[in-house]
Design a protein around this ligand. Structure first.
Ligand code: ADP
Ligand code: MG
Length: 277
């Protein structure tokens, strides 16, 4: 028994984005709450392509660490919508703004869940390409799920670095700007690990690592910092394990970066939680 669009009642807007709006909705017959991502039919071909890709990826994925899809709709008006499970604590971005910076032990839990999700996606040849705090959904039990597959890629046998200029620039890895210098062999999966490293660092520091607190992003400066500067790292006071973990994510050369499955065995994640600072 599928859920029909007519049975859904709008409660409120959860978020806006590129071409779409996400609503909190109630299924009238069961009283269940869902999230509905709606795209308007008058959007251009690029957006429509993204919507179909997002629907296709959600159809293929089934993991406790990727958002669950309960159906997709295409209306006669051309509007399209994706019905998802509702994550009742918002995103890691909302948590950062509401509760302030994350401790190491909180980040250990966060990192391990995101890595399980990435390890799953990479194992079925999906590159997310837009890992950042606002695309990582959270519920009240601190379960974390990867979402927003609008610019993700399903890998075929051939790699096409030319098609790699998507996602949020700020979280993009050096090899995505300049594959020849930082790629060795271009490996799209490693880009997700870079973005994960920046995300964890941002949650720890409370601001985007390449910018000072409150500094406005200037894209040219940011791109230079990503490509020509040293990768950002942790301030004094962080544990050695955490420092090493971040370094393994933020290697500028993509082939030196650890993979998701390697990182799942990193000492930072295996450390005894009782010995926490
Ligand atoms: P966009 O492509 O516009 O970034 P997202 O899928 O990232 O779209 O959704 C935008 C915002 O809507 C998210 O940052 C989050 O705040 C909210 N949101 C999206 N999906 C859900 C969900 N399943 N549960 C709760 N909030 C959600
Ligand atoms: Mg998003």
């Amino acid at each position: 028994a599928g859920i029909s669009y007519a049975d859904l009642e709008n409660i409120k807007v959860l978020g806006h984005g590129n071409g779409g709006t996400v609503y909190k909705v109630r299924h009238k017959r069961t009283d269940k709450i869902y999230a509905l991502k709606v795209f308007h039919g008058d959007t251009d071909a690029t957006v429509r392509r993204q919507v179909f890709r997002e629907m296709e990826i959600l159809r293929r994925t089934d993991s406790p660490h990727t958002v669950k899809c309960h159906g997709t709709f295409e209306m006669p008006s051309g509007d399209m919508a994706i019905l998802m499970e509702y994550m009742d604590a918002g995103t890691l971005e909302t948590l950062l703004r509401r509760d302030g910076t994350f401790s190491e032990s909180k980040l250990r839990n966060v990192a391990s869940q995101i890595l399980k999700g990435l390890n799953y996606l990479h194992s079925i040849k999906i590159i997310h390409r837009d890992i950042k705090p606002s695309n990582l959904l959270v519920d009240r039990k601190m379960s974390i799920k990867i979402s927003d597959f609008g610019v993700s890629k399903i890998m075929c046998r051939t790699l096409d670095p030319c098609n790699s200029y998507v996602g949020t620039c700020a979280y993009m890895s050096p090899e995505r700007f300049d594959p020849d210098s930082y790629g060795g062999s271009y490996n799209g999966y490693a880009g997700d690990i870079w973005s994960l490293g920046l995300t964890l660092l941002e949650l720890y520091l409370g601001h985007f690592p390449f910018l000072q607190p409150g500094q406005r992003p200037d894209w040219a400066t940011l791109m230079c910092a990503i490509c020509f500067g040293d990768p950002p790292g942790l301030p004094d006071g962080a544990s050695e394990e955490f420092r090493s973990f971040i370094e393994c994510c933020l290697q500028k050369e993509s082939n030196k970066r650890w993979t998701a499955s390697e990182l799942l065995n990193h000492p930072f994640l295996c450390k005894d939680p009782r010995s926490d600072r």
